[in-house]
Write a new protein. Structure first.
Length: 519
């Protein structure tokens, strides 16, 4: 570990990582070693950081800071919809959720999902817990800059200007104001604030990229010189190289990025994520031949599953489907020991439109790592969006197998079984049992009533539903089944009211057919 820290002090990241791995081989339960490696992986934006943070949680399960660090690592690596960050936050107990630190991470996740209402809720809850906390005040004000109410925006801007006098939050206030002015194309004010931000002790490399963006958007003459200075600074850290390269690619400078990257030493070019940065320049230029040739010669060590997936992507675009499938299978095998790596593969496949492969990876995670419920949730959302009831049935069956006490999943499994007319005996048993367990649950009651109807006991099913309150019966999803049973019993006029209400429900294709036939 002493060697690792010495290498890190000299920015020799590869050797620092190697020292940490060697230390881990001597003591696989040492929390400080995992933390050292996690911090290195965070700097490299590596998916390994999520795995390492989770291991720290396993070794020190009682520390809230470990769980929040796990969530932050996931947020830094993942892209939408951030399933691993959600998993980390859901692992926090109720006491931990009543802390300012938890609210900050939860708000950050909401912001990444563009859910500004949820973010404001979390910051408002943090303000209740710590009304004098300047960081909370700053984040609330920053968020309210996005309001459609000009008075709210003006008040938020005034608050941020006031916080510029507070040294502890000044960098964050400058960052928010610079981004606000940039978004509103007030380039002079954006440049003033981003320039001042560079002089702060709390300034980060991302803040320099913000200033670079201001110069780029404002078409300033200083752009070339400032970009050159960052290109000189970045090689000290593989993570910074990747960030700057990504900025250049996003802003249409892929050719310049490739020239700069290829001008680095072989030692620098071999350190992850620099190889990924180089590959992305080929990718954005759709130079599939060049990408395949480049990647075939390389070895990305613990990230080799990403390299193989990129090879598969290049070969697929070149029409080499069999070779692409071989490399994809190799990528799956390499990633299969850690669900974090599989998640990264799923995200890559999703960004390429490979939906069949996304499903394949998610089912692999669900079957191999059954406690990772987010994979099944992702599959459910995917099939729900497509209206694929048969596949949703598979998801519900997997959830019930994983957790036989999950009554909601059992109810959903019974419903889709009835709609698909499959496994009816099991579905009837499930419907009866969950209703007996919670007889006042309206959703369970409607499922059991439909079960009785399908068994030729429509009047008995109506008796179950009539035991519910009128408010429950007017719930659109319950109203569908009540209306259908009323129609089957010949109570046409009464059925019409509930079938109209059912039109407001989010219905599966088979439920839409049921509604249409009843109407």
């Amino acid at each position: 570990m002493a060697q690792g820290r010495a290498f890190l002090a000299k920015s020799e990241f590869a050797n620092a990582w190697l020292s940490g791995v060697q230390a881990l081989s001597l003591n696989a339960s040492n929390v400080q070693t995992y933390r050292f490696l996690a911090e290195l992986a965070d700097q490299e934006k590596s998916p390994q950081s999520i795995y390492l943070r989770r291991k720290i949680v396993e070794l020190e399960p009682g520390a809230l800071t470990n769980r929040l660090a796990w969530a932050w690592s996931a947020l830094n690596v993942e892209s939408f919809p951030f399933p691993l960050a959600v998993e980390a936050l859901e692992s926090v107990n109720e006491a931990g959720r009543q802390t300012v630190d938890y609210r900050f991470v939860a708000a950050a996740l909401a912001l990444r999902r563009n859910d500004y209402r949820a973010a404001e809720f979390h910051f408002a809850e943090a303000a209740k817990l710590a009304p004098a906390n300047e960081a909370v005040q700053l984040n609330l004000a920053s968020l309210r800059l996005r309001s459609s109410d000009s008075k709210v925006v003006e008040t938020a801007q005034v608050k941020l200007e006031e916080l510029l006098d507070r040294p502890t939050v000044k960098p964050m206030a400058l960052r928010s104001l610079a981004a606000f002015f940039l978004e509103n194309k007030k380039f002079d004010q954006a440049e003033k604030h981003s320039q001042e931000l560079q002089a702060q002790s709390g300034a980060e490399f991302a803040d320099k990229l913000l200033h670079l963006t201001v110069l780029f958007e404002a078409k300033k003459a200083e752009l070339a010189g400032y970009l050159s200075s960052l290109q000189t600074e970045a090689p000290k850290s593989p993570g910074k190289i990747y960030e700057l390269s990504s900025w250049m690619i996003r802003n249409g400078l892929a050719d310049s990025a490739l020239t700069w990257l290829e001008g680095q030493s072989q030692e620098v070019r071999s350190q992850y994520p620099v190889p990924l940065a180089i590959a992305e320049t080929y990718f954005v230029k759709t130079n599939w031949n060049g990408l395949e040739k480049l990647l075939r010669k390389q070895d990305w060590a613990g990230h080799d599953f990403q390299r193989l997936a990129l090879v598969a992507r290049a070969q697929e675009s070149l029409g080499e489907t069999e070779a692409a499938d071989v490399h994809w299978r190799k990528a799956l095998r390499l990633a299969s020991d850690q669900h974090e790596n599989l998640s990264m593969l799923a995200q890559m496949a999703s960004s390429w439109g490979w939906q069949t492969k996304v499903e394949e990876v998610l089912w692999l995670i669900a079957n191999k790592f059954p406690s990772r419920r987010w994979a099944l949730q992702s599959l459910y959302e995917m099939y729900l969006a497509r209206g694929n009831t048969a596949k949703m049935k598979e998801v519900y069956a997997a959830i019930v197998k994983l957790d036989p006490k999950d009554l909601v999943a059992k109810n959903n499994l019974a419903v889709v079984s009835f709609l698909l007319n499959t496994d009816l005996e099991t579905a009837h048993t499930l419907a009866r049992d969950i209703h007996q367990a919670e007889p006042k649950n309206a959703a369970f009651a409607s499922t059991y009533a439909f079960s009785l109807h399908l068994q030729g006991k429509t009047q008995e099913g109506l008796g179950i539903l009539r035991g519910l309150s009128e408010q429950d019966l007017q719930n659109p999803s319950v109203a569908l089944y009540y209306g259908a049973l009323l129609r089957a019993a010949g109570e046409t006029e009464r059925a019409r009211k509930y079938l109209v209400l059912a039109q407001n429900a989010s219905l599966l294709p088979e439920e839409k057919t049921l509604l249409s036939e009843a109407k």
